[in-house]
Design a protein around this ligand. Structure first.
Ligand SMILES: *Cc1c(COP(=O)(O)O)cnc(C)c1O
Length: 220
């Protein structure tokens, strides 16, 4: 399926009016599709497999900002540490420590988002509230000087129950407000919302959405 250019132009215009950042999720899609969207001005792309991300980084323009949005295994951090723009899925302190270690090796402070478990499904990754609080405390104590926490990320339940989805986004927004002062960044990012639920996410305070299938067509 080709890139839906009309849809891209429409969505990116709406989002920029609302000051919401768009990460175009290009996982499983060929570099040709990414280049088509790049030609329309898109620079932020999201991937969730390390190998695929590294190979796309190698073959595509260097002004693309690559977002790692999947579950990241500690032993693979080193492959993306030199170039990744933001790691969205920090879901354990072990991973935080590893990102810090790899950042230190190459003297690069790496942008990260703490992923919070807000959905009902057990299958989804993320810190629970207690782990989040502990991680924020460690960051405040400057335990990870080569990590820059830019905000929070979360995924709502995969459900047609919009009341449930909205409630989960609301919870993440509240948490981001709770920790805003502690994280002390100028612009605290709140990465929430995908093709199916990005409108609700924005209504609930998202300022970064990760949209794949709506722009690139469905994945097989
Ligand atoms: C695949 C993926 C997306 C995009 O999903 P779509 O439904 O295709 O928009 C967003 N976030 C994460 C973490 C993903 O893995």
């Amino acid at each position: 399926m080709p890139v839906d250019k009309k849809k891209y132009i429409e969505i990116s215009k709406t989002l920029s009016e609302k000051k919401v950042r768009l990460v175009a999720v290009s996982k499983t899609k060929p570099v040709e599709d990414i280049l088509e969207m790049y030609a329309l001005g898109q620079r932020d792309f999201g991937e969730n497999y390390v190998q695929e991300l590294v190979s796309k980084y190698d073959s595509l323009p260097k002004d693309i900002r690559w977002h790692f949005i999947g579950h990241l295994q500690s032993n693979k951090v080193k492959y993306i540490a030199p170039f990744v723009h933001i790691i969205h899925g920090i879901d354990s302190e072990k991973l935080l420590a590893e990102v810090n270690k790899q950042g230190k090796k190459i003297n690069r402070k790496i942008n990260c988002l703490l992923q919070v478990h807000i959905a009902q499904e057990e299958t989804k990754f993320g810190l629970d509230e207690k782990e989040l609080s502990t991680a924020v405390q460690s960051i405040k104590e400057n335990k990870y000087p080569f990590v820059k926490i830019c905000g929070l990320m979360g995924m709502a339940s995969f459900s047609i129950d919009t009341i449930l989805v909205r409630r989960e986004f609301k919870k993440l927004k509240l948490l981001s407000e709770k920790y805003a002062a502690a994280l002390q960044e100028n612009e605290l990012l709140l990465s929430m919302g995908m093709s199916a639920d990005y409108n609700i996410a924005i209504e609930e305070g998202s300022n970064l959405v990760r949209i794949g299938s709506l722009l690139f067509g469905s994945r097989h």
